[in-house]
Design a protein around this ligand. Structure first.
Ligand code: FAD
Length: 370
């Protein structure tokens, strides 16, 4: 039996962040991940500057080994509608490749890594958690993403209407494909579905192109097929881009969130269902939850009853919960009215900038968690 101060199940951005924070405070941390790193993760790979700040990432060091694509503008439209270019004339976001980003963060965390091992059996014994009969610690962090076994244990019957199903492909373009790609690296394209039930994107990071589509219903596959045809027809992307777009699901943060703490356990990132509801951005909430969870664990000072860890749930709510007045407004407005408003916003240059980009996608009004 290997003992540690903390076991983290999942080494994605949420898991590596909590592991790093605990390691920096001197804790002995084991991270168990079913994948061997570097590993792929379905993701457009878009992050905001707040993520860089919270991670205290040195952009120069990072880009020495990895792609860090600055973004200074966006092209937005309703599928088939007139595109609007919003130019910020400064860096407002970055593009990363998850293959590199997650590997970089996990290595930097400095934890003991157990990769290529599926954590499945979770037992409570003598006030500690034992994972698969092999690893034992007084605190267990569930950071295993949407299918996290720790999250399933805490929320066995959880159901949520706010599940995003998304499909995506990222590939290195050949020189001929790069020459035909009309997506500028510093200006990703966002294409909102006509019913506003989701959106597609085309996002170039150097010579890598990432295209995909996510929706809040069961029709992602058919919309993704139609989107691929639209993209090729529009001439925005090379015509011979891969047609197989693998998929993944994850939860948006809603007013009825999951249980995120129990005796000796906390959930972070997608395991806790934290992605921003408007944009589907999940990396920032994953990282912020990692920081908040580590702070709560350290403040609990070895006493890990549910009530000792409750400050984490409260801090998460304060950071991510939609204000009650906005929830009430949303609930009051019938769906067709919301869709009509959305269409109006997307066709108006100033509102696209203020609402869609600044508020929903960039969270410009919310400073980084440091
Ligand atoms: C198509 C798509 C596009 C997206 N685009 C963006 C984007 O551009 N920007 C953005 O901010 N967010 C995006 N997201 C959301 C974002 O990818 C997630 O919110 C984010 O990865 C959450 O990080 P995490 O660390 O919680 O989970 P993950 O990154 O999913 O990491 C979980 C880890 O746990 C491991 N694991 C799972 N089960 C087990 C187990 N039983 N035992 C051991 N290990 C296990 C996995 O191997 C994985 O390494 C996108 C999502 C999708 C599906």
């Amino acid at each position: 039996m290997t003992t540690a101060d903390a076991i983290v199940v999942g080494g994605g951005p949420a898991g590596s962040t909590v592991a790093r924070q605990l390691r920096e405070a001197g804790a002995d941390v084991v991270v168990i991940d079913r994948a061997r790193f570097p590993r792929d993760k379905r993701c457009a790979g878009w992050i905001t500057p707040q993520v860089i700040d919270t991670l205290a990432l040195d952009p120069d060091d990072y880009r020495r080994r990895c792609v860090l694509q600055p973004i200074t503008a966006f092209r937005t439209c309703r599928l088939g509608g007139r595109p609007i270019d919003t130019d910020y004339a400064r860096v407002v976001s970055y593009g990363i490749r998850r293959w590199e980003f997650d590997d970089y963060l996990l290595a930097r965390a400095g934890a003991r890594l157990v990769t290529g091992r599926d954590a499945s059996r979770l037992e409570r014994a003598g006030g500690a958690w034992v994972v698969d009969g092999e690893w034992r610690a007084p605190i267990l962090v569930g950071a295993g993403g949407h299918f996290c076994p720790v999250a399933r244990r805490l929320n066995p019957r959880a159901r949520s209407a706010a599940v995003v199903a998304a499909q995506e492909v990222e590939f290195a373009m050949t020189p001929a494909q790069a020459a035909r790609c009309r997506v500028a690296p510093e200006r990703p394209h966002l294409y909102f579905c006509a019913d506003l039930g989701g959106y597609g994107w085309a996002f170039r990071k150097g010579d890598y192109l990432n295209v995909g589509l996510g929706r809040l219903d069961r029709h992602t596959a058919s919309h993704a097929r139609a989107f691929l045809a639209f993209l090729v027809e529009s001439g925005d992307v090379p015509p011979d881009l891969p047609s197989r777009w693998p998929g993944h699901a994850y939860l948006l943060h809603t007013s009825a969130p999951r249980e995120v703490v129990a005796d000796g356990v906390v959930l972070v990132g997608d395991a806790a269902g934290l992605a921003y509801p408007e944009s589907g951005e999940g990396i920032r909430p994953a990282i912020e939850s990692g920081v908040l969870a580590a702070r709560a664990i350290l403040a609990a000072n070895g006493r890990y009853r549910r009530e000792d860890l409750a400050p984490y749930a409260a801090a998460l709510g304060a950071r991510l919960d939609t204000p009650p007045w906005r929830r009430a407004l949303g609930a009051l407005m019938p769906r067709p009215a919301r869709a009509a408003l959305g269409r109006y916003v997307l066709s108006t240059r100033a509102l696209t900038r203020r609402i869609v980009l600044d508020a929903w996608f960039l969270h410009a009004g919310q400073p980084a968690l440091v």
